[in-house]
Ligand binder design. Structure first.
Ligand SMILES: N[C@@H](CCC(=O)N[C@@H](CS)C(=O)NCC(=O)O)C(=O)O
Length: 254
């Protein structure tokens, strides 16, 4: 029995949270059956996860928090279904890219959701439409946004201007495209690894909900990175969310 505790999603994306999407895609690619429990507020998350953060997972009664620890546990528990590279150099490159997504791309996602003007307006609008947004007279996710903003400032990304973050995102997408030379997946591989999945999860979250202007512009300039994200979803038997294809359509429009 596998239960995934996650944040809500919508608009064709299983969760608005990149690490939750990462675990979804991994479970799908491994062909494992699981149920999901969706937190509506930080209290639900605190009950579900020792860290108060999601994703968390129950595998045969053991609760694990943190997406990378969850992928390790899945690989250990179901070695015959694991698909990550195991040859030492390829496995190391795969983990480096996963960490790059977890740290760098994830921080950019937070910036566009909580600090950049257009992105924060769209994300707040999406949040207000979610069930459980209000408890009593308090808009919980907005209180919870304070924690995110504080963490972004501590990490340094929250102190940057939108132009600086857009340049950083451009460089990150350029880096991803360089690592895609020679194959459909990172480092010339024919199948996705944990790095591919982590990057596609952050990429789709950067564009979620649809219409995030400046993140979309960055992706429109980097078609190989966007197409890679779509390919990763498909390789995990999951339809890519429209926020990814919309960028491609807009970029192709005269
Ligand atoms: N490194 C963790 C990050 C998990 C994480 O920060 N999740 C966010 C949502 S994307 C969360 O639950 N935040 C709640 C909070 O910070 O209170 C992972 O990969 O699972």
């Amino acid at each position: 029995m596998i239960t995934l505790f996650q944040w809500p999603g919508g608009e064709g994306l299983a969760s608005a949270s990149p690490p939750c999407v990462k675990v979804h895609l991994t479970l799908k690619r491994m062909g494992l059956t699981y149920e999901t429990k969706t937190a509506k507020n930080p209290f639900d998350a605190k009950r579900a996860s020792a860290t108060g953060r999601l994703p968390a997972i129950d595998i045969d009664g053991t609760r694990i928090s943190d997406s990378s620890a969850i992928l390790d546990a899945l690989q250990e528990r179901f070695p015959e279904k694991a698909f990550f590279p195991t040859e030492p150099l390829a496995a190391a490159q795969d983990r480096v890219m996963e960490t790059y997504a977890n740290e760098t791309l994830y921080a950019f996602t937070g910036y566009f959701r909580w600090l950049e003007k257009d992105g924060a307006r769209r994300f707040a609008q999406w949040l207000t439409e979610q069930e459980g947004f209000l408890i009593g007279r308090v808009a919980l996710p907005l209180l919870f946004a304070r924690g995110f903003r504080k963490r972004l400032r501590t990490n340094g990304v929250g102190l940057l201007s939108p132009d600086e973050v857009c340049r950083g995102l451009d460089r990150a997408l350029e880096t991803i495209e360089a690592c895609l030379q020679g194959g459909p997946f990172l480092h010339g591989r024919d199948t996705p690894g944990r790095g591919d999945i982590a990057i596609a999860s952050c990429g789709s979250s950067l564009l979620f909900p649809g219409g995030m202007a400046r993140a979309s512009e960055a992706f429109a300039r980097r078609p190989a990175a966007r197409e890679h994200a779509e390919r990763v979803f498909e390789s995990c038997s999951t339809e890519a969310p429209p926020c990814l294809s919309d960028v491609g359509r807009r970029a192709a429009a005269p």
